[in-house]
Write a protein that binds this ligand. Structure first.
Ligand SMILES: [Zn+2]
Length: 337
């Protein structure tokens, strides 16, 4: 049980697989965290029960300590006014559910909601890569966060403010159209040739399956059943020097770099933070520098070239830390202040 009487907030990150909840202090430290798996194929009620259960556990942990609010980062699209889901691809049964009024009544606390990738960007700005840069004497004015994972998402923080757009749904960086050719792959969103369809973990696996099905050979991938083949296998085969896998990873780096060039010119960031499982593969293979060089090489001016590119240090806690930052901000406290 926490001994301090300093107030805390409850921070939730609700994704397609897990509902995670944490207890965060003003410095963004997670004092406690836990998670519940979403019931696979579950009903709306079952999913809400799971998330509410882990929120209740977090509140229980706080016994005696003042809890000021609940911040929620959710896999959207989700609007920021009422926390209403709008056809969320990964939490489909929650379409139309408004988390803010529902949970304010249930838990008796203010509830603030945002898109998980936007909030991961806010978390990086206040408590992650942005904080690290400030600690080294480098102010961060504009930060872009891009998660390259099962899907691709992102967020833009400009001078401390989250870029939300008219309905709170801006910065869907994964759905920038990168390939308009007639054979562009279809994206989960329905469009063709999106950044997500060319760089996500699911896309990397799909590209490998398609090439193997056409009869191409790769000694480490050919033996894997197509259903089990994932992006991690492709990264492993590429680092073993296999040509087919190396070509796929190089194409991913190419499209990811082009996407980041577009973001560089649109938003002029000081810092680009990459997260997600595909980023882990890129970082572990020592390829972040390749992306940096390719993006810099296309920058339209020396000023646009003044950015750093880093992999997130917050890992799976990024969404929760960002939800905590949102809650402190909405309560009128500068996060970390
Ligand atoms: Zn798309």
């Amino acid at each position: 049980m926490p001994s301090s009487s300093e107030p805390v907030v409850i921070a939730m990150d609700w994704g397609g697989t897990w509902a995670r909840a944490g207890v965060a202090d003003r410095s963004g430290q997670l004092l406690w965290s836990g998670r519940r798996p979403n019931v696979s194929g579950g009903t709306q009620r079952q999913l809400l029960d799971g998330a509410e259960d882990i929120l209740a556990k977090a509140l229980e942990w706080c016994a005696g300590r003042p809890v000021d609010a609940i911040g929620v980062a959710a896999a959207g699209p989700i609007d920021t006014d009422n926390g209403t889901f709008h056809n969320p691809p990964n939490l489909g049964v929650l379409d139309g559910v408004s988390l803010k009024p529902l949970w304010e009544e249930r838990f008796g606390l203010p509830v603030f909601v945002g898109n998980d990738a936007n909030l991961a960007a806010l978390g990086e700005y206040h408590f992650g890569a942005g904080q690290d840069a400030r600690g080294m004497g480098r102010p961060v004015r504009t930060l872009i966060y891009v998660t390259v994972s099962t899907g691709v998402g992102g967020g833009v923080i400009d001078h401390g403010r989250m870029l939300l757009g008219a309905e709170g749904m801006a910065a869907e960086v994964g759905h920038m159209v990168m390939d308009s050719s007639s054979n562009a792959p279809q994206c989960q969103c329905g469009n063709y040739g999106c950044l997500e369809a060319l760089t996500s973990g699911l896309s990397i696996a799909r590209m490998a399956r398609e090439r193997l099905a056409r009869g191409e050979f790769c000694s480490s991938l050919t033996g894997i059943s197509p259903d089990n083949l994932d992006a991690g296998d492709v990264f492993a085969a590429a680092s073993a020097g296999e040509a087919l896998a190396s070509e796929i990873i190089d194409q991913v780096l190419h499209h990811l770099s082009l996407g980041l060039v577009n973001l560089l010119h649109l938003f002029n960031p000081d810092i680009i933070v990459l997260g997600g499982g595909v980023t882990d593969g890129i970082r572990d293979a020592g390829l972040l520098e390749v992306i940096k060089e390719r993006v810099s090489g296309r920058a339209m001016s020396p000023r646009h070239r003044e950015f750093s590119l880093v992999a997130t240090g917050l890992g799976y806690t990024g969404g929760m830390v960002g939800a905590a930052a949102l809650a402190w901000e909405q309560l009128g406290h500068a996060p970390g202040g």
